[in-house]
Design a binder for this molecule. Sequence first.
Ligand code: HEM
Length: 399
Amino acid sequence: MMNQLDLDISDEQVRINPYPTFSNLRQSGEIIWSELLGIWLAPTHATANAVLRAKTLGRIFTPKEPEGDWGIFNWLHADSILDSEPPKHTRLRALVQKAFTPGRINSLKPNIVEICQGLLDDAETKLTRDGHFDLLADFAEPLPVLVIADLLGVPRQAVSDLRRWSQDIVKMYEVAPSELETKAAQDSCSQFSEFISQLANQRGSEPQADLITALVEVEEAGERLNEHELIAMCILLLNAGHEASVNGFGNGFVALCQHPQQLALLAQDPNLHARTALEEMMRFDSPLQLFERTAIQDTQIGSVTITAGQKVGALLGAANRDPAVFENADDFNILREPNPHIAFGAGIHFCIGAPLARLEMQTALTMLLTRFPTLHLAGPAQQRPTFVLRGWQSIPVSI
Ligand code: HEM
């Protein structure tokens, strides 16, 4: 018999709106065994946070079989910062942190403004011509892709390839991808890694003021990135650097539209409220819902011992609606402060791109609503059929 308190992510209703299920899970316990997923689930703020911070729960990558077809996919993960643990993680994180400085991030502001300007000009043309535009395809999606491509030093003409490669790869993080999707992911890993390898070689001989060059040159305590680590780092930065931002901005904007008073309050003075509004957008409908860890040794979380070898998933979206931490947790309140959500994770893998994501999305939100203060949904937004990376397919808007 199916456990009534399980999380059935194949259920369309759960994918459309997982929050009632999250609420049931939180009420039934701080940590729950999922028969369906074969892992423990941490649905409260305290347990999800503890899972992400526990030193004895690691991100352990299980290589896919057969190695021949999955070879590149496997090393792109095994050699990436996100899928490694100390001491390798410490070494990779120190290297990337050295190249990814606050100065480099802050200097991106004029570029972000210019990109937003261009996208909003095009959106205005569409508004005049068609009466609507797609907030996702015309704004939320191209913005972070262009920003991260410029930051790394990927030429703009390669941006559509980059988006396709990334989309193919992230489909592997959902449950039960199809054969066609699997093949596409393998091909994309091969094309993407070849592309980055060539670019890195070029930068080795002709350095530029970009992050790829910085990563080629970076050295910490006599250590450098080897070739696979360098490629894996660039690909992770390019993918992680836009997938969550696209969906985070899209989810947050739909939430704003579903709460017109909050949207009107923000539109009255976007400069004043963008910072807290953005944090509430990340909390209320988080773009990344589930991150798994494997117990390296028996680990106590809440009242449960995760035994060595077992897996546990931190449910970020559930944690971010936990009434034990957030007053009126199901209310969308752009003035909420403090807002200790964990949409950017916690512990040693805490999102390295959080300062960039915040700068980019606050700027985007302010510029969008300054230009179009009466922006609203022009029809039903279309959801993606995914659980882990939660987002929208299209968000038609008009003024
Ligand atoms: C709304 C935007 C974003 C969200 C919600 C987000 C969320 C997250 C989360 C939850 C993690 C931790 C995963 C785990 O613990 O297993 C993470 C890690 C990471 N993120 Fe982000 N992220 C965002 C934007 C970005 C951007 C813009 C970049 C790059 C420029 C980036 C690069 C990374 C990297 C490299 C890691 C791995 C860090 C490590 O393993 O030490 N992210 N992100």
